[in-house]
Design a protein around this ligand. Structure first.
Ligand SMILES: Nc1ncnc2c1ncn2[C@@H]1O[C@H](COP(=O)(O)OP(=O)(O)OP(=O)(O)O)[C@@H](O)[C@H]1O
Ligand SMILES: [Mg+2]
Length: 238
């Protein structure tokens, strides 16, 4: 696997202060995040573990600007995304944040190469689907995740681990400063999960992204230099 030659975007700082998220429920308001604060330096790799339902995905959705906090502030790369207009926010999300979920969410009717280019559709002219730079980066990323000979395959023709590798390559196509992963090894057997863990560490070292990984796997969590535990609406980081 070769290193991707395109220079990576600068890794983002993440600064979260006094975050609160409350969901309405029949039994009364459910306080999921409660005065949650933490800071990450550019290039930090943070794992987050905690019991089911403690709010890990809720936190990632807010950091990914897919949901808004009820109280508190979020700054990514020095920018508070929730102060932006809806159009600016979509642009900000597209250019600065990569996502990988437990389910790969590849589009089944598109081949691997086409799936990689999907994020460039919304990213404006410079990174457009047909731009040579985007196609070249897609090729390099596929090589980097070891799937250069699968560019014409459809997701249904790949193993679970291979699909997740494609999902990682796709998340990196626009060189995000922040990569958010929600149980990226949740559906994989232990050996494949280990190889995806290797890829995550490699992403952190070589792709210049700040990385936040939610996981139920202690062996994966322990591989990151910063380890967080979520409980009672707060995040405690070692
Ligand atoms: N949109 C919503 N409306 C109401 N309640 C919600 C909503 N989203 C999440 N919740 C509740 O908030 C709590 C936290 O959910 P969240 O998905 O963040 O947990 P989690 O830590 O990711 O759990 P898991 O490890 O099982 O994925 C849960 O009790 C959930 O039912
Ligand atoms: Mg979750």
């Amino acid at each position: 696997m070769n290193e991707v030659s395109t220079p990576a975007t600068e890794a983002a700082t993440v600064s979260v202060s006094g975050l609160k998220r409350v969901f309405p429920a029949r039994s009364g308001p459910l306080v999921v995040l409660d005065d949650l604060s933490f800071e990450l330096a550019p290039g930090d790799g943070l794992s987050i573990v905690g019991p089911s339902g403690c709010g890990k995905s809720t936190l990632l959705h807010i950091l990914g600007t897919l949901d808004r906090p009820d109280e508190g502030t979020v700054e990514i790369g020095g920018q508070n995304p929730f102060q932006l207009s809806d159009t600016e926010l979509s642009h900000f999300r597209n250019r600065n944040i990569g996502f990988v979920f437990q389910d790969h969410y590849l589009l089944p009717q598109l081949n691997v190469g086409e799936n990689l280019l999907v994020p460039t559709l919304a990213a404006g002219e410079k990174a457009s689907l047909n731009s040579e730079a985007s196609i070249e980066r897609a090729k390099q990323l596929l090589e980097w995740v070891g799937l250069q000979d699968r560019v014409d395959h459809f997701p249904g023709e790949l193993s679970g681990g291979e699909r997740q590798r494609v999902a990682f390559a796709r998340s990196l196509i626009l060189q995000p400063g922040l990569l958010l992963c929600d149980e990226p090894t949740g559906n994989l057997d232990p050996e494949t999960a280990k190889s995806i863990g290797d890829l995550l560490i490699k992403i952190q070292k070589e792709q210049g992204a700040t990385l936040i990984v939610v996981t139920h796997s202690m062996s994966l969590a322990e591989r990151f230099d910063r380890r967080g535990y979520m409980e009672n609406g707060r995040l405690r980081i070692e």
